[in-house]
Design a protein around this ligand. Structure first.
Ligand code: SAH
Length: 361
């Protein structure tokens, strides 16, 4: 048993079972033993690989998208480019390099990085040391100054936010909790009481779900705060993640060393994530007054932004890398189990007066 599991067992022994979301928050965000506390999960032998780590084309296309969005916003003199959960800083470095061709946009930029992990913050500082734009780091979105319009990028960020689960039983929907089994180990259990009024929160077609059905949901806090900022400060947020448009089923998963693991085992040593419910995200942002563009698939988005042309240019500019560049393009855009093109969706949340945005058709 590791130190974090010992601590969670103690919490449960004293306070009683905790919601799955609280377990996930501790496993990822515990200040000393959490998954994001000490490690760089993207190291070569790391736990997973994200789109910006697959190819520089991903960040470059997003940098050019941001320049186009800025122009759509009326080319403001000052713009905050905010990234939520920047990982190793690769996406931002590639985006800033590509955006240099839009000189006025580049000159208007200040970059805000919202990062919870001290290890990844250090890594981002190294990656972006020579970026040539002002950089600031914050622990939450609330700390980003409420000044100037925003362009926010969030790639594989929302999937890391804690998810709640409810299970349908005869007596109603019960929240799934993490408690202790008779042998003292952590175990899943249902809260004894149904959640009052839960059915009314569900989409109408799911209210009569059969016993055993699972519904996952997240706090709306990030989406609401984003929406509120976009309406007040102006701007747009690009959210890219794997997900669905609302529906039943369990998607919470644990990944360690590039393989699936048990959710409750070795907390803090494996990554936990769950699919993003894009319908719920869009509803929350729209409630704050933001306009929602998409979702579109990652394939549609990157194809419309010109990934084919970008790949061809990169092949011309480099030598001996053609096969690698083709493989990366395929992985980013194709469907199927290895491809990210269909599982990943892209949505933009924008101030209402903003017109059409590139990539959304
Ligand atoms: N966008 C990067 C990294 C994705 S992993 C990429 O595509 O490669 C998720 C990132 O979000 C990590 O940088 C992690 O440390 C950060 N993160 C997770 N939860 C967070 C929270 N609550 N607040 C701020 N950052 C968080």
């Amino acid at each position: 048993m590791n130190a974090l599991e010992a601590e969670i067992r103690k919490i449960v022994a004293v306070d009683g079972p905790i919601p799955v979301a609280q377990f996930m928050a501790l496993a990822l965000g515990h200040p000393t033993h959490g998954y994001y506390a000490g490690r760089d999960p993207f190291a070569a032998r790391g736990d997973f690989i994200t789109a910006p780590e697959i190819s520089q084309m991903f960040g470059e296309l997003i940098g050019l998208w941001a320049a186009a969005a800025w122009s759509e916003m009326g080319s403001p003199d000052r713009i905050r480019l905010v990234e939520l959960g920047p990982g190793r800083g690769t996406l931002m470095a590639d985006a800033l390099r590509a955006a240099k061709i839009a000189k006025e946009f580049h000159a208007a930029l200040a970059v805000d990085l919202v990062e919870i992990s001290p290890a990844l913050r250090r890594r981002q500082q190294q990656t972006l040391a020579a970026a040539g734009v002002p950089l600031s780091w914050h622990a939450t979105l609330a700390q980003v100054p409420e000044k100037n319009p925003l362009i926010v990028i969030a790639n594989e960020f929302f999937d890391a936010l804690p998810v709640h689960q409810a299970v349908r039983a005869k007596s109603g929907w019960h929240e799934r909790m993490v408690g202790l089994a008779d042998d003292g180990k952590l175990a899943l259990a249902l809260h004894p009481d149904p959640i009052v009024g839960f059915s009314a929160m569900l989409p109408a077609e799911l209210r009569d779900a059969p016993a055993g059905a699972i519904w996952e949901w997240r706090s709306d806090a990030w989406a609401v705060e984003l929406g509120r900022r976009l309406v007040r400060q102006g701007g747009v947020a690009l959210v890219i993640d794997y997900g669905h448009a609302g529906g039943l089923g369990e998607t919470l998963q644990a990944v360690g060393g590039h393989a699936f693991a048990q959710v409750l085992e070795r907390p803090g040593e494996v990554d936990l994530s769950a699919h993003v419910d894009f319908a719920a995200l869009a509803r929350a942002a729209a409630r704050s007054g933001a306009r929602v563009h998409g979702p579109v698939t990652q394939r549609e988005f990157l194809t419309r932004l010109g990934i084919e042309t970008r790949a061809a240019m990169l092949k011309t500019a480099t030598s001996g890398r053609a096969a690698e560049i083709d493989a990366a393009r395929a992985r980013l855009t194709e469907g199927g189990p290895r491809g990210m093109g269909e599982l990943f969706k892209v949505v933009a949340l924008a101030e209402p007066k903003l017109g059409a945005l590139p990539g959304f058709g």
